[in-house]
Design a protein around this ligand. Structure first.
Ligand code: CMC
Length: 436
């Protein structure tokens, strides 16, 4: 992998930048295995200037071998495998193994990995006490940030981030325990007792069991719904250098422990422009309420009063490939539950049709993203709206931890430290209170 990487990074092509004072500098142009070339500007600071790209419209923040997106063509690959193939043929834990280790597992590797994850799903009993510190009506994402961060306090024996075995065990602990914490978060908010994991279940079944069983009543997961949730997890597992992943990498670049880093990712995911979009999209559909109100609502979007949630993406300027899979899953789930005439789904279809035929959306290349449909599926499964972004966090944990692991394993990694364009006051002297 190292050789591969240095080949990719060695380049004879250059880009030349000339400043208005006549000084110029040459930068190597680097090519990846797929995707656009990048200009390596790391030596620019020698001239005493920096680049300015606050929202990272034109900046690659790292080298990665994990996930590839072509936003114009609508392609998403995990370790080279198209997302459509993984969603159809694989299962979530196999995808996790792939993201973390780079290759699909053999039967033996898969059995070992599944066994290890299954046997790490319980959390330390002391962790359950953290929940009592939260109000019952706290948003589950607030609880997730706190409780996942608190995991840092439990595993002092394996927090040496420079030790690959410690990183592996931390990755497995996170992958196994985040769903347990997520289900506890739900149980706490509805006032039901926590349900402990059951090792006889697969990963997704177990999560549904912890969410929906009670001590009074067992829960038998419906295989169609298990498959639908499995797809949601696969589709959300990684998405290259998005806001939350970049947050995890930046936090991790300082040497912070993986549990704290993942908690920072959960915080970044919460926002409505990112992982909070599934919750916001469903609330939007509920607010519109009826297909007759679609034209009026779309006009409000065009008048910039609000955004159409579940639409648009920084990278995809074509159909989000995850959205196509999710749309199909939506049909399957609603059919299974005899909800084919579901009012919100009909509304979503009408909204999609209206937007896709409107010049405002066509000109800006705004298409439905995965979260336009995932909320409808999650709601049909019985997941409460305030848990939607938590489900995203359960899925994305593997992406965060794989990206964090890749960064720490890179011997050349350094602390991330952007610079700024300062526009504040110039030097001035302190004034005593009486003169202000
Ligand atoms: N509804 C209406 N107009 C929009 C939307 C939208 N959802 N998204 C972008 N635009 C407009 C935007 O107002 C701008 O118009 P103008 O050129 O007239 O100023 C133009 O399209 C370009 O948008 P932008 O804000 O510069 O795009 P961005 O790359 O900064 O933002 C985004 C990307 C995803 C934050 C944004 O599209 C958005 O807020 N979408 C709604 C929230 C959402 O669904 N997020 C989930 C993303 S997928 C899940 C994930 O990866 O987390």
């Amino acid at each position: 992998m190292e050789n591969e990487r240095s080949e990719v990074l060695q380049s004879k092509r250059v880009a030349t930048l000339t400043l208005d004072d006549g000084r110029s500098i040459e930068f190597p142009i680097l090519s990846g295995t797929l995707g656009p070339d990048v200009i390596d500007i790391r030596t620019l600071s020698k001239l005493g200037v920096f680049t300015y790209d606050p929202a990272f419209f034109a900046t690659s923040s790292c080298t990665s071998n994990i996930t590839f997106i072509d936003g114009d063509a609508g392609l998403l690959y995990y370790r080279g495998y198209p997302i459509e193939q993984l969603a159809e043929k694989s299962d979530f834990l196999e995808v996790c193994y792939l993201l973390l280790n780079g290759e699909l597992p053999t039967a033996e590797q898969k059995a070992g990995f599944n066994n290890s994850i299954t046997h790490h799903t319980m959390v330390h009993d002391q962790l359950a006490r953290f929940f009592n510190g939260f109000r019952r009506d706290a948003h589950p994402m607030a609880v997730m940030v706190g409780v996942v961060g608190a995991l840092s306090a439990f595993y002092h024996d394996s927090l040496d981030i420079n030790n690959p075995q410690h990183r592996e065990i931390s990755a497995q602990r996170l992958l196994a325990k985040v769903p347990t914490i997520a289900a506890m978060t739900h149980k706490y908010s509805v006032g039901e007792p926590f349900i402990y994991p059951k090792n006889k279940f697969g990963f997704v079944e177990n999560f549904m069991y912890m969410m929906f069983a009670t001590p009074a009543e067992d829960y038998v997961p419906n295989p169609v719904l298990v498959r639908a949730l499995e797809r949601i997890l696969i589709l959300h597992a990684d998405h290259e250098q998005n806001a939350s992943t970049s947050t995890v990498r930046l936090a991790g670049s300082s040497g912070a422990n993986p549990f704290a880093c993942i908690a920072s990712g959960i915080a970044a995911l919460w926002g409505p422009a990112h992982g909070g979009a599934n919750e916001a999209a469903l609330k939007m559909l509920e607010e519109i309420g009826d297909t007759s109100r679609v034209p009026e609502y779309v006009q409000g979007v065009k008048d910039k009063k609000y955004k159409l949630m579940g639409f648009g993406h920084r990278v995809y300027k074509n159909m989000d490939p995850r959205a196509a899979v999710m749309r199909q899953t939506c049909y399957e789930v609603l059919k299974e539950l005899n909800l084919e005439n579901d009012k919100l789904f009909a509304l979503a279809m009408e909204l999609e049709k209206t937007a896709l035929n409107d010049p405002y959306f066509i000109e800006r290349k705004l298409y439905p993203n995965v979260d336009f449909y995932s909320g409808i599926v999650l709601r049909a499964i019985g997941i409460p709206i305030n848990m939607f972004t938590v489900i995203f966090a359960v899925a994305r944990t593997i992406g965060w931890v794989s990206q964090w692991n890749e960064m720490i394993a890179d011997a050349e990694h350094k602390i991330g430290r952007p610079r700024q364009l300062y526009r504040g006051a110039v030097r001035r002297d302190y004034l005593p209170m009486i003169k202000r």
